[in-house]
Design a binder for this molecule. Structure first.
Ligand SMILES: O=P(O)(O)OC[C@H]1O[C@H](OP(=O)(O)OP(=O)(O)O)[C@H](O)[C@@H]1O
Ligand SMILES: Nc1nc2[nH]cnc2c(=O)[nH]1
Length: 178
């Protein structure tokens, strides 16, 4: 699997540093509150697991699966809800946990949906942000790393469902996806 990687974007150590920094900020901002952390499947699983260990206030967890990519490396712009939340978010403080924010299509749909359910507050934490690719006006309050416009895999992020289990984030050699 490592043979397919062209370059490392964030090493395991760098990812853990980002988790600690973001976890500290979230701990300070939500001191005394019990936010619901909503992980967006499947890409956010590793980041969510590591990040919540760095948050030192009570949190509850839930998951949503919303897909806008269908096996390739470009967004189709379509958003489909594959799995909805199990709990009510009414009057709750919600933190959406994402692996990557790119066009913003996915998060924009999720934020709209959750606002409609009368949340008390809603913020986004994303490990990676590709601001150059943004198509809709949405920003994350907590960002681990801004990255250039290159397709990345690993640490939950896939190419055609593979590479999610790489412990670091990297770019693929062109021959893998061309
Ligand atoms: O800002 P956007 O352009 O909308 O892209 C970001 C979304 O794309 C990826 O999810 P994907 O739909 O590939 O599902 P996955 O997490 O199951 O791989 C990623 O996990 C984000 O949810
Ligand atoms: N795997 C992967 N999924 C994405 N979804 C949006 N951008 C990306 C990316 O760079 N890599």
């Amino acid at each position: 699997m490592n043979d397919s990687i062209k370059s490392v974007v964030l090493s395991e150590e760098q990812i853990q540093e980002r988790c600690k920094t973001l976890g500290k900020q979230i701990t300070e901002d939500y001191n005394g509150k019990t936010p619901i952390c909503i992980g967006i499947l499947k890409g956010s699983i590793m980041f969510m697991a590591d990040l919540i260990k760095c948050i030192d206030t009570h949190v509850e967890l839930d998951f949503m699966d919303v897909s806008s990519y269908h096996g390739g490396t470009e967004s189709t712009g379509e958003v489909k809800i594959l799995k909805d939340l199990s709990t009510s978010v009414e009057n709750r403080d919600v933190i959406i946990i994402e692996d990557i924010l790119e066009t913003g299509t996915t998060l924009n749909s999720i934020v709209d949906l959750l606002k409609y359910r009368n949340v008390n507050s809603i913020e986004i934490v994303t490990l990676l942000d590709k601001p150059m690719k943004r198509k809709v006006d949405i920003e994350a309050k907590y960002v681990g790393e801004k990255i250039p416009d290159e397709f990345v895999v690993g640490y939950g992020l896939d190419f055609a469902e593979r590479y999610r289990n790489l412990p670091y984030i990297g770019t693929l050699k062109p021959e893998i996806y061309q």
